[in-house]
Design a protein around this ligand. Structure first.
Ligand code: XMP
Ligand code: MG
Length: 183
C-alpha cells in the first residue's frame, strides 16, 4: 500500500508540522509500543533535522487480538507523574475507530495533568459510511482505506512488524503458520 520511500518522505512532512507548532518548546514524544516504534524512530530523526528538542518516553497500550478492534486498552510502563505540566505528543501507528484513543487520552489527562496532549498517528483508517470516529488525531501521516494493515511496526498476531513497507494483509498472510519460522 505504501512503500518505505513514501513513508520516510511523509514522516519528514509530519515532523515539519510538529516543529512549526512546538518551536521553542520541548514536548515529550510518547511512543505507543510496539506498533509505533519504527515511525517514532524516523520521526525523531526528522525532528532532529529541525533542531527541535524533545524528551522521549514509551508506553505499552495494547489488548488487540486478530483483526477486530476490542476497544479494551491497558496502559503499562509509564510514570504518569513525569508528564505533569508537560506538552505531550502521543505517537501512534494507526487510528481506526478511535476507541483506543478515546479511552487513552482522557486517562492520560486525568492521571498526568499535562500542559497539553496531541496525537500524531502515521495512519488514519477511513471508516465505513455512517460510522463516526471516536477520536480525531491532530497530525496524520496517511489517510488509508479500511483494510487490515501490516508492516512498518504493524502486526497480525505479532507477525510482519519487520516488513519495511506497509501492506494490506493477504489471505495467505492471515493463514500463515508462524510455528514454521526459525527461532
Ligand atoms: P481503534 O479502533 O481503537 O484501533 O482506533 C486502534 C488500534 O487498533 C490496532 N489496529 C491495527 N493494527 N493493523 C494493525 O496491525 C490494522 O490494520 C489495525 N487497525 C487497528 C492498533 O493497535 C491501533 O493502535
Ligand atoms: Mg497490533
Amino acid at each position: 500500500m505504501i512503500d518505505s520511500v513514501e513513508i520516510r518522505s511523509r514522516v519528514k512532512g509530519v515532523a515539519k508540522l510538529i516543529h512549526e507548532d512546538y518551536e521553542g518548546k520541548r514536548p515529550i514524544l510518547l511512543c505507543t509500543l510496539k506498533g509505533a516504534s519504527p515511525f517514532y524512530t524516523h520521526l525523531c530523526d526528522a525532528l532532529q533535522d529541525h533542531r527541535q528538542g524533545y524528551d522521549m518516553d514509551f508506553v505499552r497500550a495494547s489488548s488487540y487480538e486478530g483483526t477486530e478492534s476490542s476497544g479494551k486498552v491497558a496502559l503499562s510502563g509509564l510514570n504518569f507523574e513525569s508528564l505533569k505540566g508537560r506538552h505531550v505528543i502521543l505517537i501512534e501507528d494507526i487510528l481506526d475507530t478511535g476507541t483506543t484513543l478515546a479511552h487513552l487520552v482522557p486517562e492520560l489527562e486525568e492521571k498526568s495533568r499535562p500542559a497539553s496532549v496531541a496525537v500524531c498517528t502515521l495512519l488514519d483508517k477511513r471508516l465505513d459510511e455512517g460510522k463516526i470516529k471516536k477520536y480525531t488525531a491532530k497530525y496524520v501521516g496517511f489517510s488509508i482505506p479500511n483494510h487490515f494493515i501490516i508492516g512498518y511496526g504493524l502486526d497480525y498476531n505479532e507477525l510482519y512488524r519487520d516488513l519495511k513497507d506497509i501492506f494490506v494483509i493477504s489471505r495467505d498472510g492471515i493463514n500463515f503458520d508462524a510455528s514454521t519460522l526459525r527461532a
